[in-house]
Design a protein. Structure first.
Length: 207
């Protein structure tokens, strides 16, 4: 196996959903599906430090958090699938999960999240990024809200730096963190996120 190929296991108690996620993972040339199973106990002996585990378990969040803690303690990067708005994502994130992905996510978002957590980053679906129960590090800060508002008004990175009295490099850093937190890469998507989460009213965004 090429060192650039990331090993991924899919663990979930819903057979159809588990197979669907596994099928998407299996189509990516830079990902290797090593297992699809109902429980961690079925695959734990095949896992190695650095593997990504996509976890989709429906029991109480305290149980899921315990499983996450166990896997994270062995060096695995855990991506938890969550249902919005019912799931409290704070326990698994505090237990060591690197990401929380909405069960309503599409194929592209799933693959992007797996790659990001596998490379040492973190990922939280946009629907959870401002949810009160989300992990504190996934919150959008006041400064990031200011930057989102200026992006929505069509300001360039240089213009944002001038308006806020900060360096352009600092603006880039804030935007990179925003993109990681909310899963949006394009400026148009950042604007849509700002509107959907009441950071700015729709009428104030650049047309």
């Amino acid at each position: 196996m090429s060192p650039d190929v990331r090993r991924v296991a899919v663990v979930g108690d819903c057979p159809l959903f588990r197979r669907g996620v596994a099928q998407v993972i299996g189509t990516a040339p830079d990902l290797e599906l090593i297992a699809g199973a109902r429980s961690v106990d079925e695959v734990e002996d095949r896992l190695m430090s650095g593997d990504v585990v996509v976890l989709d378990l429906q029991p109480a969040t305290t149980y899921v958090a315990a499983v996450v803690s166990r896997l994270a303690g062995q060096g695995m990067a855990v991506l938890v699938m969550c249902s919005y708005p019912l799931t409290d994502i704070e326990p698994p994130m505090q237990a060591g999960a690197r990401g929380c992905l909405s069960r309503q996510a599409g194929e592209e978002e799933l693959l992007a999240a797996v790659r990001l957590v596998g490379s040492g980053g973190s990922y939280v679906s946009a629907v959870f990024a401002l949810h009160p129960s989300s992990e504190p590090s996934s919150h959008v800060t006041d400064r990031e809200r200011q930057i989102l508002e200026l992006v929505a008004h069509g300001e360039t990175d240089h213009g944002i730096a001038v308006r806020l009295g900060i360096s352009e490099h600092t603006v880039h850093s804030h935007l990179d963190r925003l993109r990681d937190k909310i899963g949006c890469r394009r400026r148009a998507d950042l604007t849509r996120f700002a509107i959907d989460h009441d950071i700015i009213p729709p009428s104030s965004a650049q047309r």
